[in-house]
Design a protein around this ligand. Structure first.
Ligand code: FAD
Length: 289
């Protein structure tokens, strides 16, 4: 029998526009169904998973194969993002969707996703993920374009009790597929890190160029069965998800108001313009003295 490695790719559906509108009364995002897309970095995570799937088959000469599973938590229309992931080449997908998840902050989102991964891996909640016979890797974007906290990946790793590497721009399998070696971007260059699986890796844009869905992929994705799971299905305690499980509260959302005053000092031989500029800077505590 061929051994398998599970690669979970966390997919968030986000507004497909930079012009995200907020409801300043409620502090929530105004979402419309038609303009949602897969979070761009999650497409990079998917592409990395597909490349690792090929790498594993080559490395083990077909003795092991990887199964790429796309997992999302969100409202029902998020199923479209998962169909897109299937069309791009994912082997399976599951959506965590239930009223109980509504209002989840980053930790509650991570609770649901960690439980969803355990459920898909067939691991009893509280039991360790993976193991020598079934290595497993979780890939996600370094951050989502809407919430943009970059917390979900590391939080999922913490909840699963497995290592994490963030800002990863290169990844490859080592030790016959039992570990990955990654390059993570740091301020002054990059770090090379080896992680024994199971592990979580969050990726940056530079890691690859995501592919496009194929026509055959789109047809398969259209008819694919995507399970929709609630907290009871995945064995997560309802008090740990949704608004009740979220210690963060949005107190106020507002657009910062920018104003610009321009004062023009024209340079001439008298040097008055320079004096005026020095005085201007001094008055604001950013002078040369
Ligand atoms: C108090 C509060 C209430 C909120 N209420 C709502 C609400 O009612 N409805 C709502 O939609 N949002 C709500 N949010 C926003 C929501 O919590 C975040 O969108 C979510 O936690 C992800 O955080 P992020 O966008 O910063 O993800 P990041 O940490 O920036 O994302 C990193 C990566 O994690 C993965 N990821 C993140 N979120 C998901 C997901 N849902 N499914 C799969 N993968 C994921 C992706 O791979 C992504 O690239 C609320 C936030 C707060 C603080």
């Amino acid at each position: 029998m061929t051994a398998t490695m599970d690669i979970y790719v966390l997919i968030k559906q986000v507004p497909g526009t930079d012009n995200v509108k907020m409801d300043e009364e409620t502090g929530t995002m105004i979402r419309t169904e038609h303009d949602n897309v897969i979070n761009p970095l999650d497409e990079n995570a998917l592409e990395a998973a597909f490349q690792l799937r090929e790498e594993l088959a080559a490395l083990t000469e077909g003795a092991m194969r990887a199964r790429v599973v796309a997992l999302s938590m969100g409202p029902r229309p998020a199923v479209n993002a998962l169909r897109e992931a299937l069309a791009m080449g994912a082997d399976a997908a599951a959506l965590l969707s239930d009223r109980a998840f509504a209002g989840s902050d980053t930790i509650a989102t991570a609770e649901a996703l960690a439980a969803g991964i355990q459920h898909q891996a067939g691991v009893v909640p509280g039991e360790p993920l993976g193991g020598a016979n079934k290595p497993c890797l979780v890939l996600c974007g370094e951050r989502a374009t809407d919430g943009e906290t970059g917390q979900v990946g590391p939080m999922v790793a913490a909840l699963l009790g497995i290592p994490v590497s963030t800002y990863v721009r290169r990844i490859s399998l080592v030790d016959g597929g039992a570990a990955v070696e990654v390059e993570r971007v740091v301020e002054e260059g990059f770090e090379r890190v080896k992680l024994t699986l199971p592990a979580v890796v969050t990726v940056v844009k530079d890691i690859n160029q995501p592919g496009f869905p194929t026509l055959a992929g789109k047809i398969t994705a259209k008819n694919a069965d995507i399970p929709v799971l609630g907290p009871d299905d995945i064995g997560v305690d309802r008090v740990r998800v949704g608004l009740g499980g979220s210690p963060t509260r949005v107190v106020k959302v507002f657009h910062p108001k920018f104003s610009r005053d321009t004062v023009l000092h024209t340079h001439d031989a008298s040097g008055k313009a320079v004096d005026a500029l020095v005085k201007f800077l001094d008055e604001r505590g950013i002078g040369l003295k």
